[in-house]
Design a protein around this ligand. Structure first.
Ligand SMILES: [Zn+2]
Length: 292
């Protein structure tokens, strides 16, 4: 997947993972392993200016002068050209700001941005179980329900962010935070669950709740498999990672629906580090092969 147009400057790389709650900054000496040194972790600032300044300060704290590049994973949708954020319900002040340019001006190196699910998928594809599949996806079950798919043939690989959480489920009359009626995320999004039940998913132990949760998510995954013909999904995100039994239950429900194809589910091998590792990996994938 390494492309001729990708970055080949010498020096370490920086990966930044900006979640709705916290931000982590990692230093990568090489991109041929998932190993990194965690430079900093801080609560994500809602203010764009404060957030950029904190990222800059973190990177400067390494004392290094030259970087091969900086890759940033963001819990939000990125503009087609990969330079700024276009939709981020939890980071609204970042929308339209010159994110990539501001970091590039500061450090004089290549800067790449992508949706966190795209980054997670790049990491799982290179270092996890997804390396065995030409058509695969990465699903994050967290505050929201996000995903990315990757379709490959020979030397061409397209990775695309998709709106899995906002697919419509028949018969669902719940209003989603996005404004649509019937979205999958009304059942699986951490924020929407908390608003509806007054408790975070981690505090819900009722097995009937998790049965319905998995019923809906299984439908969403089977729809995804039918529309894209993906063969496997790496699952991550706080809700999924905190509920180990969820994987078996979800696989059982997926298997019960599908007839002429199958979908192999597994937890992301890199767990919560996948988006951070994948952020750095953006630097070896041409922008032409990422559909934001
Ligand atoms: Zn929605």
């Amino acid at each position: 997947m390494v492309d001729a147009k990708a970055v080949h400057r010498r020096g370490p790389c920086i990966g930044v993972d900006i979640g709705g709650t916290s931000t982590r900054v990692g230093l990568f000496q090489l991109l041929d392993s998932a190993d990194f040194v965690l430079i900093d972790k801080f609560l994500t600032y809602q203010s764009y200016e404060q957030q950029i300044q904190n990222i800059i300060t973190s990177i400067q704290s390494t004392g290094l002068k030259e970087f091969a590049g900086i890759g940033v994973s963001i819990a939000g949708r990125i503009v087609k050209d990969g330079r700024s954020v276009i939709v981020a319900p939890n980071l609204t002040e970042y929308v339209g700001k010159p994110f990539a340019q501001d970091l590039a001006d500061q450090f004089g190196c290549s800067v790449r941005l992508a949706h966190d699910a795209v980054c997670g998928l790049l990491a799982e594809k290179k270092f996890g179980h997804m390396r065995n599949f030409e058509r695969c996806a990465y699903l994050t079950v967290s505050t929201g329900t996000g995903a990315a798919i990757q379709l490959s043939k020979a030397s061409t690989t397209l990775t695309s962010s998709i709106e899995i959480g906002h697919q419509i489920l028949d018969g669902n009359s719940r209003v989603c935070l996005c404004g649509q009626v019937g979205c999958l995320e009304t059942f699986t999004g951490g924020k929407q669950i908390e608003l509806r039940y007054g408790r975070s998913p981690a505090q819900i132990t009722d097995s009937a709740f998790w049965e319905i949760f998995c019923d809906k998510l299984a439908l969403g995954l089977v729809n995804l498999a039918m529309l894209t013909r993906i063969d496997a999904v790496a699952i991550s995100g706080a809700i999924a990672l905190n509920q180990p039994p969820l994987l078996t239950l979800l696989q059982k429900k997926v298997n019960a629906i599908m007839r002429r194809a199958s979908l192999e589910l597994s937890f992301a091998v890199l767990g919560e580090n996948a988006p951070l590792v994948g952020a750095a990996l953006l630097l070896e994938v041409s922008e032409d092969f990422i559909l934001h």
